[in-house]
Design a protein around this ligand. Structure first.
Ligand SMILES: [Zn+2]
Length: 239
């Protein structure tokens, strides 16, 4: 808002609340100067609307800060909904090599969104648009950065990881997501189980698999290593 509009704004507000207008000429000049500084970015018509909204809900005299705060809320909301992408097609006269012109056009676009002259460009235009279902289908098909086929082909070379993936696929939970409860191992979260010689095991201890799966191991944790023929075999082969 240009400083010239400030006296008019204060006069309009004073119709609803005479307390706003200063009577002393020096004070009035200072007030106009102060309001002009605070409301430099606020459009005049918004300032009037903000004053109306203020008196609809408050009996206190409005300040320039109240108006500026309402404006900031509106701008923040608009800019939050705007993804800031610049569409050169909207500016056919713009030379691609003209950096200054590009920045000016970009600033102009942001300004137009902030002032409500342009609607905010929605952030998730692609994933929320008509292509969303297709995008979701392809992601489901691909898995993550390793495709299902690649995982199967690599399984013999990464037995530990393959075993964890199998457990997760079977809905049993990743054993490495919990610490090993087996008293002779006690491998920390994220670390592989270790055998009696403190070498990494290829497979987690059964009680750890149970723990990750949400099954409370009953007798296992109290048994001695020798009482676990299957585990002993595994330790011998993997050590
Ligand atoms: Zn273990």
């Amino acid at each position: 808002m240009k400083p010239a509009f400030i006296p008019e704004l204060i006069a309009k507000i004073a119709l609803a609340d005479p307390r706003v207008r200063r009577t002393d000429p020096i004070e009035r000049r200072a007030q106009i100067e102060m309001w002009a500084g605070i409301l430099a970015e606020v459009p005049a018509e918004f300032a009037v609307q903000a004053a109306q909204a203020h008196y609809a809900e408050s009996q206190w005299p409005i300040t320039a800060g109240d108006i500026a705060a309402r404006w900031q809320t509106v701008v923040r909301d608009r800019m939050r909904r705007d993804n800031g992408t610049f569409e050169p097609g909207d500016h056919p006269g713009l030379d691609p090599d003209d950096v200054g012109g590009y920045l000016a056009a970009l600033r102009g676009q942001r300004q137009a969104v902030a002032h409500g002259q342009l609607p905010p460009a929605p952030v998730k235009a692609i994933t929320a648009g008509p292509a969303a279902a297709e995008a979701a289908r392809r992601i489901a098909q691909l898995g993550d950065y390793l495709t299902g086929e690649t995982r199967t082909a690599l399984a013999p070379f990464r037995p530990g990881a393959a075993e964890r993936e199998r457990l997760v696929r079977d809905g049993l939970g990743d054993p490495l997501s919990v610490a090993c409860p087996y008293e002779h191992c006690r491998a920390e979260r994220g670390k592989p189980c270790r055998n009696a010689r403190r070498h990494d095991r290829r497979t987690p201890h059964p009680s750890r698999i149970d723990l990750a799966a949400g099954v409370t191991p009953a007798a296992e944790t109290t048994t001695t290593p020798g009482a676990w023929p299957g585990v002993d075999d595994q330790e011998r082969t993997s050590a």
